[in-house]
Design a protein around this ligand. Structure first.
Ligand code: ATP
Ligand code: MG
Length: 572
């Protein structure tokens, strides 16, 4: 491709909308353009990199025995009602009606569709196992689309679904997909960790996320250096400390705390440290309000709250709901004197002379002792794990904390969908049984963001060879010199003939502009053709991300560059 003809609208300035470096560089280097919140156009370079990720995913899934299909983006409500998720999925599900009033949604995921497909076609254990996948645009009406491709509303996902005769076979399918995922993310050049994960809206009880480690990640991960246990904080099991204050240290007394609503404000006003203050949160679980208490310097884990309550839905209460429960403005909630159900984290029972909201405007209670003043509370572990916490698996190590970007997730589903949707088969004895399922997602477009977060410098993107839209850029420096132009054209066509994906920077611009753009776009190898080298028999080759040009003899450069591309692409 000649750069003069390539549709690559680069930007000099950092776009205002960009929050993280990958978003900024995808815009600046002309890979994507926004159409609406969380909805993007992919320009020629962008879609080329998307296709690179897709090709890796296809190869590895085909190798693992999965078969590609393509399901519709538009799905009828009827199958979602059968699985029970039409109500449960919430506002991320974009619902609409057709001209006849039929209810539909845009697919955020495809468990229902695939289960419907397979139940209609597969009858016998002889037709199992089956693993089907697709690569397709998903739509989720995310509350906060952000960071470009990182959290879009429309994004490309690979989703795969396995069907097996029993749990053992389904776990083997899970393991084979887990291994395929490791190969996929290795080949994408990502530094990642598989971590134990919660199963969220998808359901099931065994799951791993593949997390790309970077500071800008939205997810929090803890890992035990002692036993290696690694989990999303939502899921992480910590060693519970059941220290309990034996006897109250003081009487419960109401004090004025005008305008002090947050832990920090209350701590500052009363001259206390946050770990002596009790945080009271109001949740609504299956439409019933619940108070949840945790020590002021800690956070509540919503997943644990949901499990402790056995609730099927949970959310934070809206301000007016908090006011209805506490009869006070938001910021002054506490467990004393209310009839609402209370869950109290173990951490609260170790506070001697605590502070809680008084359920009255501008007031708190001091002298709080949970075993006396919240005696009716259900004592549970509902706190979020953090760095420094003791590991719940081995009990020894202290958690280390990481941030991550989830690029993939694998779930063992069991019969969560096959049972309600009656996706069954006849076993060898002729007995009808539900199929045992797994599902497996890869965020194709999110991978581009994650890869750039891990691979960039001040000048632009530094692609791993496997994801780069082109492998090589040939930059002739003096377009007035026929020897330079001829040599550049020759290298361009010879590299292309060997299957190397190459750009010729045929623009009549200064060398500095050529170098800057090549760096911004992130093309892994740059071959610079100058007048002096052309006369003396060499060109210069530079790997993006390194500072050194290597002189290579003209008659060797094509073989050397092609060899280097192949070596970096690995076993493809
Ligand atoms: P998240 O927790 O980030 O919202 P999720 O757990 O809901 O993601 P899954 O249902 O597991 O997502 O989807 C499979 C993969 O699709 C994820 O691992 C992620 O890489 C990708 N993905 C999910 N939501 C988005 C999004 N809004 N934008 C881009 N990629 C996404
Ligand atoms: Mg997920």
């Amino acid at each position: 491709m000649r750069l003069s003809q390539l549709f690559v609208p680069t930007l000099k300035e950092t776009p205002k909308e960009a929050e993280v470096v990958s978003h900024m560089l995808l815009l600046r280097a002309g890979y994507i353009r926004k159409l609406a919140a969380g909805i993007y156009n992919f320009l020629p370079l962008g879609i080329r990199s998307v296709r690179k990720v897709e090709a890796i995913v296809r190869q590895e899934l085909n190798r693992a025995g999965a078969q590609e299909v393509l399901m519709p983006a538009v799905q009828p409500a009827s199958i979602w009602k059968e699985s029970g998720r039409w109500e449960y999925y919430g506002n991320e599900l974009l619902r609409f009606k057709d001209r006849k009033g039929g209810e539909f949604c845009l697919g955020p995921t495809h468990e229902e569709v695939i289960t419907d497909l397979v139940r209609g076609e597969v009858r016998s254990y002889r037709e199992l196992p089956l693993n089907l996948y697709q690569i397709q645009s998903k739509f989720r009406d995310e509350l906060r689309p952000r960071a470009g491709l990182m959290r879009g509303r429309e994004f490309i996902m690979k989703d795969a679904y396995s069907f097996d005769v029993d749990e053992a076979a389904a776990k083997a399918s899970y393991k084979s997909m887990y291994d395929a995922y490791c190969r996929i993310f290795d080949r994408c050049g990502l530094q990642y960790r598989p971590v134990e994960a919660d199963t969220g809206a998808i359901g099931g009880n065994l799951s791993h996320e593949f997390q790309v480690l970077t500071e800008t990640g939205e997810d929090s991960i803890v890992s035990c250096p002692s036993c290696g246990y690694t989990a999303n904080v939502e899921k992480a099991e910590l060693r519970v400390d059941t220290t309990t204050v034996a006897a109250p240290a003081a009487d419960l007394v109401q004090v004025a705390t005008p305008g002090a609503r947050t832990i920090t404000e209350v701590a500052a006003l009363l001259g206390r440290s946050p770990d002596t203050i009790v945080k009271t949160l109001v949740f609504v679980a299956d439409e019933v309000p619940v108070l949840v208490l945790v020590r002021g310097d800690l956070d509540v884990n919503e997943v644990k709250v949901k499990v402790a309550l056995g609730a099927s839905t949970i959310r934070m209460a809206a301000d007016r709901e908090v006011e209805a429960v506490t009869h006070a403005p938001v910021g002054f909630a506490g467990p004393v004197g209310l009839t609402t159900r209370v869950l109290a984290d173990h951490s609260v029972f170790a506070i001697e002379d605590g502070v809680v909201g008084a359920n009255a405007a501008d007031a708190h209670l001091v002298g709080f002792c949970a075993s006396r003043d919240a005696a009716g509370a259900q004592r549970v572990d509902v706190r979020l794990a953090a760095g420094g916490d003791a590991c719940g698996r081995c009990g020894d190590g202290r958690f280390e904390f990481f941030r991550g970007i989830e690029v993939g997730q694998v779930f063992y589903l069991g019969t969560k969908y096959s049972e309600p949707m009656r996706c069954t088969f006849l076993d060898a004895e002729g007995v009808e049984r539900p199929m045992v399922m797994g599902c497996y997602g890869v965020g194709i477009t999110r991978i581009l963001s994650a890869a750039i977060e891990q691979n960039h410098d001040a000048d632009g993107i530094v692609w791993p060879m496997s994801l780069a839209p082109f492998h090589v850029i040939v930059a002739p420096l003096q377009l007035k010199e026929p020897t330079v132009v001829e040599l550049a054209e020759k290298l361009y066509s010879e590299l292309g003939a060997l299957g190397v994906e190459v750009i010729l920077d045929d623009r009549d611009v200064r060398p500095g502009v050529k170098f800057k753009d090549a760096d911004l776009l992130g093309i892994p190898l740059r071959v610079t053709v100058g007048a002096r080298g052309a006369a003396e028999g060499f060109v210069e080759v530079r790997r993006r991300g390194t500072a050194a040009d290597e002189r290579v003899a003209i008659d060797q450069v094509v073989a050397q560059v092609a060899g280097r591309v192949a070596a970096e692409l690995g076993d493809g």
